[in-house]
Design a protein around this ligand. Structure first.
Ligand code: EPS
Length: 388
């Protein structure tokens, strides 16, 4: 299974095409729209989210509530496009820079300058329109379909905020999947720790007041994966490495940790590895989950626990020094609107990006054209490894 997205931030629409889904899988538009609306929320979002109401339209691959096995196309219209019709239209436009809203001043930390150098764009709007995190809406749409597939196979996933601007949420290993999903949903900053909710919101409000932005850490937890998905035999079949790559591909994400993560470097091996046990009911399991659900590029059957770190959004009200590419003069970069903190929304994005990688790995290991056959094969495999 694979997907492509297309669309500019202020263009007409975002498009997602998913190819390789099995046929006969139940899929409703509500499954997708719920995810899209979740991504729009969160304390710290800017004015753009008041303009958009992200709702997907399915234009291919689904009929009467089931997938057909053909590519699934999802379209999300940009409501803001009505303000940008001429600027973003495909028709040629006068050379008037004001009308075109030409951008010649690269923002530090953004793709603007590197993208301009690479593609030769003198107008950096041609770069920023596609490099914008608006594209994450299209990725969430793809992930929502993956999540629907996984859920029907007994695999559930949840994303939530662990840290904002150095304020750290307590670990909550005893919470059930449902509790994680419900608690993050009811929190304005999508954290599971009520104690840090207000301090996190205060930090966001302060950043906004100061014209600055703040980043954080998000965590995704996946339960219900059988052991042995992924592979140790080759670098590009290791599922943890694929997840790591996809997480760092999310706009503004800079790093990934599984389980203990970097803390493993500071501990002895006996305090890092998870002891193996067996019971008639569960089969093999680990007494702890310090490695976050992976050994040798494969799932262990324990929950997958993966963190991603997001840098503060580089579009700042507070000016940073940069250089105009036309005049070559130094100037102070400043902007019209931005999100002061998109970490809560990013937890939804990461949840969906991880879901897609996991669903893709499941389909690689159980390559069935029909969803009922896939569901049966996974259940058979679960029983096989329980009795191993
Ligand atoms: C973004 C800048 C802002 C954000 C946008 C990402 O958009 P605008 O330039 O229109 O104000 O709101 O995020 C989204 C539109 C979204 O859907 O998440 C950027 O520069 O990356």
């Amino acid at each position: 299974m694979r997907y492509l997205t297309a669309g500019e931030s202020h263009g007409k629409q975002l498009t997602t095409i998913i190819e390789g889904l099995p046929a006969r899988m139940p899929l409703t538009i509500d499954d997708i729209n719920q995810s899209l609306l979740r991504r729009q929320k969160g304390h710290g979002r800017g004015k753009r989210m008041q303009i958009e109401k992200d709702l997907a339209e399915v234009t291919s691959g689904v009929r009467h509530g089931y997938t057909l096995g053909s590519p699934v196309t999802l379209v999300i219209h940009n409501d803001d496009f009505k303000h940008w019709k001429d600027i973003m239209g495909e028709a040629s436009l006068e050379e008037d820079k004001k009308i075109r809203r030409t951008v010649s001043r690269p923002r530090p930390g953004h793709a603007d300058l590197n993208g301009a150098l690479k593609y030769g764009h003198r107008d950096m709007r041609n770069v920023l329109e596609r490099s914008s995190a608006r594209e994450t809406a299209a990725r969430v749409a793809a992930g929502a379909v993956a999540k629907t597939l996984l859920k029907q196979l007994g695999i559930e996933i949840s994303g939530y905020v662990k840290e904002i601007a150095g304020i750290v949420a307590e670990d909550s290993p005893s919470l059930t999947m449902k509790e994680r999903q419900d608690m993050s949903e009811s929190s304005p900053v999508r954290t599971l720790d009520k104690q840090v909710e207000q301090p996190m919101m205060d930090a966001i409000d302060k950043a906004k007041k100061d014209g600055d932005s703040i980043g954080g850490v998000v965590e995704v937890c996946v339960e219900g994966m059988p052991a042995g998905v992924g592979s140790y035999v080759h670098y590009d079949r290791k599922l943890d490495s694929r997840i790591a790559g996809s997480v760092v591909s999310i706009n503004a994400f800079k790093g990934v940790e599984f389980g203990l993560g970097f803390e493993a470097a500071r501990r002895n091996g006996s305090q890092v590895h998870d002891e193996i046990a067996w019971s008639e009911e569960k089969g093999y399991y680990r007494k702890t989950n310090r490695l976050g659900g992976f050994e040798g590029g494969m799932t262990t059957g324990m929950p997958i626990v993966v963190k991603g770190v997001m840098k503060p959004i580089p579009t700042l009200y507070k000016p940073l020094q940069s250089v105009d590419i036309d005049s070559k003069e130094a100037f102070n970069a400043s902007i019209e609107r931005s999100d002061s903190c998109a970490v809560p929304a990013a937890s939804v994005v990461m949840e969906h990006v991880v879901a897609f990688e996991i669903a893709k790995a499941v389909l690689e290991q159980f390559p069935f054209d029909q969803f009922p056959n896939l569901a049966e094969a996974i259940n058979d495999y679960r029983e096989e490894i329980r009795c191993f």
